[in-house]
Design a protein around this ligand. Structure first.
Ligand code: AQP
Length: 324
Protein backbone atom coordinates (compact mmCIF):
# COMPACT_ATOMS: atom_id res chain seq x y z
CA UNK A 1 0.00 0.00 0.00
CA UNK A 2 1.30 3.49 -0.77
CA UNK A 3 1.22 5.76 2.30
CA UNK A 4 1.65 9.53 2.18
CA UNK A 5 1.84 12.09 4.94
CA UNK A 6 3.58 15.35 5.76
CA UNK A 7 4.54 17.63 8.61
CA UNK A 8 5.03 21.35 8.31
CA UNK A 9 8.44 22.77 9.17
CA UNK A 10 6.72 25.63 10.96
CA UNK A 11 8.45 25.26 14.33
CA UNK A 12 9.66 22.76 16.89
CA UNK A 13 7.75 19.48 16.70
CA UNK A 14 5.61 18.57 19.70
CA UNK A 15 3.84 15.67 21.36
CA UNK A 16 0.74 16.28 19.21
CA UNK A 17 2.77 15.80 16.02
CA UNK A 18 4.39 12.66 17.43
CA UNK A 19 1.32 10.99 18.97
CA UNK A 20 -1.10 12.18 16.26
CA UNK A 21 1.04 11.45 13.23
CA UNK A 22 4.75 10.54 13.38
CA UNK A 23 4.38 7.53 15.68
CA UNK A 24 2.10 5.77 13.23
CA UNK A 25 4.20 6.91 10.25
CA UNK A 26 7.15 5.08 11.78
CA UNK A 27 5.04 1.99 12.50
CA UNK A 28 3.74 1.91 8.91
CA UNK A 29 7.19 1.94 7.30
CA UNK A 30 7.71 -1.79 7.93
CA UNK A 31 5.07 -3.04 5.54
CA UNK A 32 4.23 -0.25 3.14
CA UNK A 33 5.70 2.01 0.51
CA UNK A 34 5.90 5.25 2.49
CA UNK A 35 6.35 8.84 1.35
CA UNK A 36 6.74 11.32 4.22
CA UNK A 37 7.49 14.89 3.29
CA UNK A 38 8.48 18.02 5.17
CA UNK A 39 5.93 20.62 4.16
CA UNK A 40 8.14 23.67 3.78
CA UNK A 41 5.89 25.33 1.16
CA UNK A 42 3.02 25.07 3.65
CA UNK A 43 5.23 26.35 6.48
CA UNK A 44 5.86 29.51 4.48
CA UNK A 45 2.31 30.58 5.40
CA UNK A 46 3.55 31.18 8.96
CA UNK A 47 7.38 31.26 8.82
CA UNK A 48 8.68 34.08 6.67
CA UNK A 49 12.35 34.13 7.61
CA UNK A 50 14.67 32.24 5.22
CA UNK A 51 17.14 31.01 7.84
CA UNK A 52 14.44 29.91 10.25
CA UNK A 53 12.59 28.01 7.53
CA UNK A 54 15.79 26.29 6.33
CA UNK A 55 16.77 25.35 9.89
CA UNK A 56 13.26 24.14 10.76
CA UNK A 57 13.18 21.97 7.66
CA UNK A 58 16.41 20.22 8.58
CA UNK A 59 15.20 19.90 12.19
CA UNK A 60 12.03 18.07 11.14
CA UNK A 61 14.17 15.59 9.19
CA UNK A 62 16.47 15.09 12.19
CA UNK A 63 13.48 14.58 14.51
CA UNK A 64 11.93 11.96 12.22
CA UNK A 65 15.19 10.02 11.97
CA UNK A 66 15.81 10.29 15.72
CA UNK A 67 12.32 8.94 16.44
CA UNK A 68 12.98 5.86 14.30
CA UNK A 69 12.23 6.62 10.67
CA UNK A 70 14.42 4.29 8.62
CA UNK A 71 15.50 5.90 5.32
CA UNK A 72 15.96 2.42 3.82
CA UNK A 73 12.28 1.70 4.40
CA UNK A 74 10.56 5.08 4.00
CA UNK A 75 11.10 8.07 1.71
CA UNK A 76 11.66 11.20 3.81
CA UNK A 77 11.94 14.27 1.61
CA UNK A 78 11.36 18.01 1.28
CA UNK A 79 8.09 19.11 -0.31
CA UNK A 80 10.06 21.67 -2.34
CA UNK A 81 12.12 18.92 -3.97
CA UNK A 82 8.97 18.06 -5.93
CA UNK A 83 8.00 21.52 -7.27
CA UNK A 84 5.39 19.89 -9.53
CA UNK A 85 3.04 19.87 -6.51
CA UNK A 86 2.55 23.60 -6.96
CA UNK A 87 1.60 23.02 -10.61
CA UNK A 88 -0.93 20.38 -9.61
CA UNK A 89 -2.31 22.67 -6.88
CA UNK A 90 -2.96 25.30 -9.54
CA UNK A 91 -4.67 22.80 -11.84
CA UNK A 92 -6.86 21.61 -8.94
CA UNK A 93 -7.75 25.22 -8.14
CA UNK A 94 -9.30 25.55 -11.60
CA UNK A 95 -11.82 22.76 -10.93
CA UNK A 96 -12.52 23.51 -7.24
CA UNK A 97 -15.20 25.92 -6.08
CA UNK A 98 -14.25 28.65 -3.62
CA UNK A 99 -17.07 27.49 -1.33
CA UNK A 100 -15.23 24.25 -0.57
CA UNK A 101 -12.22 26.13 0.79
CA UNK A 102 -14.45 28.56 2.68
CA UNK A 103 -15.71 25.62 4.74
CA UNK A 104 -12.21 24.66 6.00
CA UNK A 105 -12.20 24.59 9.84
CA UNK A 106 -8.44 24.81 10.03
CA UNK A 107 -8.35 28.12 8.12
CA UNK A 108 -10.99 29.64 10.41
CA UNK A 109 -9.21 28.35 13.54
CA UNK A 110 -5.87 29.77 12.42
CA UNK A 111 -7.33 33.18 11.52
CA UNK A 112 -9.16 33.25 14.88
CA UNK A 113 -5.78 32.64 16.55
CA UNK A 114 -4.36 35.73 14.82
CA UNK A 115 -2.51 34.12 11.89
CA UNK A 116 -2.42 36.38 8.80
CA UNK A 117 -5.28 35.36 6.43
CA UNK A 118 -3.05 35.15 3.34
CA UNK A 119 -4.10 33.47 0.09
CA UNK A 120 -1.53 30.78 0.91
CA UNK A 121 -3.31 30.00 4.17
CA UNK A 122 -6.70 30.03 2.42
CA UNK A 123 -5.57 27.72 -0.40
CA UNK A 124 -3.59 25.43 1.95
CA UNK A 125 -6.00 22.49 1.28
CA UNK A 126 -5.33 22.74 -2.49
CA UNK A 127 -1.61 22.28 -2.01
CA UNK A 128 -2.22 19.52 0.51
CA UNK A 129 -4.49 17.76 -2.00
CA UNK A 130 -1.80 18.07 -4.67
CA UNK A 131 0.76 16.57 -2.26
CA UNK A 132 -1.45 13.54 -1.76
CA UNK A 133 -2.74 13.06 -5.29
CA UNK A 134 0.60 13.49 -7.06
CA UNK A 135 1.81 10.14 -5.63
CA UNK A 136 -1.50 8.29 -6.23
CA UNK A 137 -1.49 7.62 -2.48
CA UNK A 138 -3.76 4.90 -1.08
CA UNK A 139 -3.76 5.95 2.55
CA UNK A 140 -3.03 9.16 4.45
CA UNK A 141 -2.27 8.74 8.18
CA UNK A 142 -3.04 12.03 9.96
CA UNK A 143 -4.42 13.44 13.19
CA UNK A 144 -8.17 14.10 13.48
CA UNK A 145 -7.66 17.82 12.81
CA UNK A 146 -6.68 16.99 9.22
CA UNK A 147 -9.58 14.71 8.31
CA UNK A 148 -11.55 17.49 6.64
CA UNK A 149 -8.56 18.22 4.40
CA UNK A 150 -8.47 14.60 3.23
CA UNK A 151 -12.20 14.72 2.49
CA UNK A 152 -11.55 17.85 0.42
CA UNK A 153 -8.73 16.04 -1.38
CA UNK A 154 -11.15 13.27 -2.38
CA UNK A 155 -13.62 15.90 -3.59
CA UNK A 156 -10.95 17.65 -5.67
CA UNK A 157 -9.76 14.38 -7.25
CA UNK A 158 -13.37 13.65 -8.16
CA UNK A 159 -13.89 17.12 -9.69
CA UNK A 160 -10.78 16.67 -11.86
CA UNK A 161 -11.64 13.13 -12.98
CA UNK A 162 -15.25 14.10 -13.79
CA UNK A 163 -14.30 17.27 -15.60
CA UNK A 164 -11.76 15.58 -17.84
CA UNK A 165 -13.54 12.23 -18.15
CA UNK A 166 -10.68 10.03 -16.96
CA UNK A 167 -9.81 8.35 -13.67
CA UNK A 168 -6.41 10.03 -13.51
CA UNK A 169 -6.34 10.90 -9.81
CA UNK A 170 -6.78 8.26 -7.15
CA UNK A 171 -9.11 9.01 -4.21
CA UNK A 172 -7.13 8.39 -0.98
CA UNK A 173 -8.45 7.01 2.32
CA UNK A 174 -7.71 8.51 5.72
CA UNK A 175 -6.08 6.58 8.56
CA UNK A 176 -6.58 7.80 12.13
CA UNK A 177 -4.88 6.47 15.24
CA UNK A 178 -5.82 6.50 18.93
CA UNK A 179 -4.51 10.00 19.54
CA UNK A 180 -7.42 11.89 18.07
CA UNK A 181 -6.51 15.39 19.19
CA UNK A 182 -3.69 15.79 21.69
CA UNK A 183 -4.38 18.75 24.01
CA UNK A 184 -1.81 21.45 24.66
CA UNK A 185 -1.03 22.86 28.11
CA UNK A 186 -4.13 25.09 27.84
CA UNK A 187 -6.46 22.21 26.89
CA UNK A 188 -6.89 23.32 23.27
CA UNK A 189 -5.38 21.40 20.33
CA UNK A 190 -1.61 21.29 20.83
CA UNK A 191 -0.15 23.35 18.03
CA UNK A 192 3.20 24.88 17.08
CA UNK A 193 1.59 28.23 16.46
CA UNK A 194 -0.66 28.41 19.54
CA UNK A 195 2.14 28.67 22.15
CA UNK A 196 0.64 25.70 24.04
CA UNK A 197 2.94 22.90 22.91
CA UNK A 198 5.10 20.42 24.80
CA UNK A 199 8.03 20.13 22.40
CA UNK A 200 9.61 16.76 21.68
CA UNK A 201 13.21 17.75 22.17
CA UNK A 202 13.47 20.62 24.61
CA UNK A 203 15.93 19.97 27.47
CA UNK A 204 14.29 17.53 29.95
CA UNK A 205 14.12 20.19 32.70
CA UNK A 206 12.20 22.56 30.43
CA UNK A 207 9.84 19.78 29.31
CA UNK A 208 9.10 18.90 32.94
CA UNK A 209 8.42 22.56 33.72
CA UNK A 210 6.05 22.76 30.77
CA UNK A 211 4.21 19.60 31.87
CA UNK A 212 3.86 21.00 35.40
CA UNK A 213 2.05 23.99 33.86
CA UNK A 214 -0.68 21.95 32.11
CA UNK A 215 -4.07 23.47 32.94
CA UNK A 216 -6.19 21.39 35.35
CA UNK A 217 -9.39 22.13 37.26
CA UNK A 218 -9.50 23.22 40.90
CA UNK A 219 -10.70 19.95 42.47
CA UNK A 220 -9.05 19.76 45.93
CA UNK A 221 -6.33 17.15 46.55
CA UNK A 222 -8.50 14.90 48.73
CA UNK A 223 -11.46 14.78 46.30
CA UNK A 224 -11.89 12.12 43.57
CA UNK A 225 -11.04 13.39 40.08
CA UNK A 226 -12.30 12.57 36.62
CA UNK A 227 -9.42 11.23 34.48
CA UNK A 228 -11.49 11.50 31.31
CA UNK A 229 -11.73 15.28 31.42
CA UNK A 230 -8.14 15.88 32.53
CA UNK A 231 -5.52 17.17 30.03
CA UNK A 232 -2.71 15.45 31.95
CA UNK A 233 -4.39 12.05 31.79
CA UNK A 234 -5.29 12.56 28.10
CA UNK A 235 -1.57 12.65 27.23
CA UNK A 236 -0.51 10.06 29.83
CA UNK A 237 -2.83 7.40 28.42
CA UNK A 238 -1.21 7.76 24.99
CA UNK A 239 2.33 7.25 26.30
CA UNK A 240 2.26 5.01 29.38
CA UNK A 241 1.84 1.22 29.47
CA UNK A 242 -1.74 -0.14 29.92
CA UNK A 243 -0.84 -1.15 33.52
CA UNK A 244 0.42 2.36 34.30
CA UNK A 245 -2.71 3.90 32.78
CA UNK A 246 -4.98 1.64 34.84
CA UNK A 247 -3.04 2.47 38.02
CA UNK A 248 -3.24 6.23 37.47
CA UNK A 249 -6.95 6.02 36.62
CA UNK A 250 -7.50 4.31 39.99
CA UNK A 251 -5.64 7.11 41.78
CA UNK A 252 -7.77 9.78 40.09
CA UNK A 253 -10.98 8.02 41.07
CA UNK A 254 -9.88 7.32 44.66
CA UNK A 255 -9.03 10.93 45.55
CA UNK A 256 -6.10 11.93 47.74
CA UNK A 257 -3.83 12.64 44.78
CA UNK A 258 -2.98 16.15 43.68
CA UNK A 259 -2.60 17.02 40.00
CA UNK A 260 1.09 17.73 40.67
CA UNK A 261 1.66 13.99 41.23
CA UNK A 262 -0.06 13.08 37.95
CA UNK A 263 1.99 15.69 36.10
CA UNK A 264 5.20 14.33 37.59
CA UNK A 265 4.28 10.79 36.46
CA UNK A 266 3.58 12.15 32.98
CA UNK A 267 6.97 13.89 32.89
CA UNK A 268 8.66 10.58 33.81
CA UNK A 269 6.90 8.72 30.99
CA UNK A 270 7.64 11.44 28.44
CA UNK A 271 11.34 11.27 29.33
CA UNK A 272 11.32 7.46 29.18
CA UNK A 273 9.82 7.54 25.68
CA UNK A 274 11.82 10.46 24.28
CA UNK A 275 15.14 10.16 26.14
CA UNK A 276 16.69 7.56 23.78
CA UNK A 277 15.50 9.53 20.74
CA UNK A 278 17.11 12.67 22.18
CA UNK A 279 20.46 10.86 22.27
CA UNK A 280 20.08 9.72 18.64
CA UNK A 281 19.11 13.27 17.74
CA UNK A 282 22.32 14.70 19.14
CA UNK A 283 24.36 12.39 16.88
CA UNK A 284 22.29 13.38 13.84
CA UNK A 285 22.75 17.09 14.56
CA UNK A 286 26.49 16.51 14.36
CA UNK A 287 26.05 14.71 11.01
CA UNK A 288 23.90 17.13 9.00
CA UNK A 289 25.42 16.04 5.67
CA UNK A 290 24.06 12.50 6.21
CA UNK A 291 20.58 13.96 6.83
CA UNK A 292 20.87 16.10 3.70
CA UNK A 293 21.85 13.01 1.65
CA UNK A 294 18.75 11.17 2.93
CA UNK A 295 16.51 14.06 1.88
CA UNK A 296 18.07 14.44 -1.57
CA UNK A 297 17.90 10.72 -2.42
CA UNK A 298 14.28 10.39 -1.29
CA UNK A 299 13.34 13.63 -3.06
CA UNK A 300 14.58 12.17 -6.34
CA UNK A 301 12.52 9.00 -5.86
CA UNK A 302 9.42 11.03 -4.99
CA UNK A 303 9.87 13.36 -7.94
CA UNK A 304 10.13 10.50 -10.36
CA UNK A 305 6.73 9.12 -9.18
CA UNK A 306 5.24 12.62 -9.28
CA UNK A 307 6.46 13.26 -12.81
CA UNK A 308 4.76 10.18 -14.17
CA UNK A 309 1.42 11.17 -12.55
CA UNK A 310 1.83 14.75 -13.82
CA UNK A 311 2.32 13.48 -17.37
CA UNK A 312 -1.15 11.87 -17.14
CA UNK A 313 -2.65 14.98 -15.50
CA UNK A 314 -1.29 17.31 -18.19
CA UNK A 315 -2.38 14.98 -20.93
CA UNK A 316 -5.92 14.75 -19.50
CA UNK A 317 -6.39 18.52 -19.28
CA UNK A 318 -4.41 19.59 -22.34
CA UNK A 319 -1.45 21.35 -20.77
CA UNK A 320 1.61 21.05 -22.99
CA UNK A 321 5.13 21.47 -21.64
CA UNK A 322 7.68 21.57 -24.45
CA UNK A 323 10.88 19.58 -24.05
CA UNK A 324 13.72 21.93 -23.06
N1 AQP B 1 -2.60 18.31 18.72
C1 AQP B 1 -2.54 17.38 17.80
N2 AQP B 1 -3.16 16.19 18.01
C2 AQP B 1 -3.11 15.19 17.10
N3 AQP B 1 -2.44 15.30 15.93
C3 AQP B 1 -1.83 16.46 15.68
N4 AQP B 1 -1.10 16.88 14.63
C4 AQP B 1 -0.68 18.16 14.85
N5 AQP B 1 -1.13 18.58 16.04
C5 AQP B 1 -1.84 17.55 16.58
C6 AQP B 1 -0.82 16.07 13.47
O1 AQP B 1 0.54 16.29 13.10
C7 AQP B 1 0.64 16.19 11.69
C8 AQP B 1 1.47 17.32 11.16
O2 AQP B 1 0.86 18.53 11.43
P1 AQP B 1 1.40 19.83 10.72
O3 AQP B 1 2.61 20.30 11.41
O4 AQP B 1 1.57 19.62 9.28
O5 AQP B 1 0.21 20.82 10.82
P2 AQP B 1 -0.76 21.11 11.98
O6 AQP B 1 -1.76 20.02 12.18
O7 AQP B 1 -1.34 22.45 11.68
O8 AQP B 1 0.21 21.13 13.23
P3 AQP B 1 0.46 22.34 14.14
O9 AQP B 1 1.41 22.03 15.21
O10 AQP B 1 -0.87 22.88 14.59
O11 AQP B 1 1.21 23.33 13.15
P4 AQP B 1 0.98 24.86 12.90
O12 AQP B 1 0.79 25.48 14.23
O13 AQP B 1 2.24 25.34 12.22
O14 AQP B 1 -0.22 24.96 12.03
C9 AQP B 1 -0.77 16.16 11.11
O15 AQP B 1 -1.08 14.85 10.69
C10 AQP B 1 -1.62 16.56 12.28
O16 AQP B 1 -2.88 15.91 12.24
Amino acid sequence: MRILSGIQSSGKLHLGNYLGAMKQHIELQAENECFFFIANFHALTTVQDAKVLRDNTLDVAIDYLALGLDPHKANLFRQSDVPEVTELAWILSTVTGKGLLERAHSYKDKVDKGIEPSMGLFTYPLLMAADILIYRSDLVPVGKDQVQHIEMTRDMAGYFNNKFGREVLKLPAVKLNDALIVPGIDGQKMSKSYGNAINLFDPPKETRKRIMSIRTDSTPVEAPKNPDTCNVFAIYKLMATPEEVAALRKKYLAGGMGYGEAKSLLADVVERVLGPARERREKLVANASYVEDVLVAAGKRARSVANSVMADVRDACGIVVSKQ
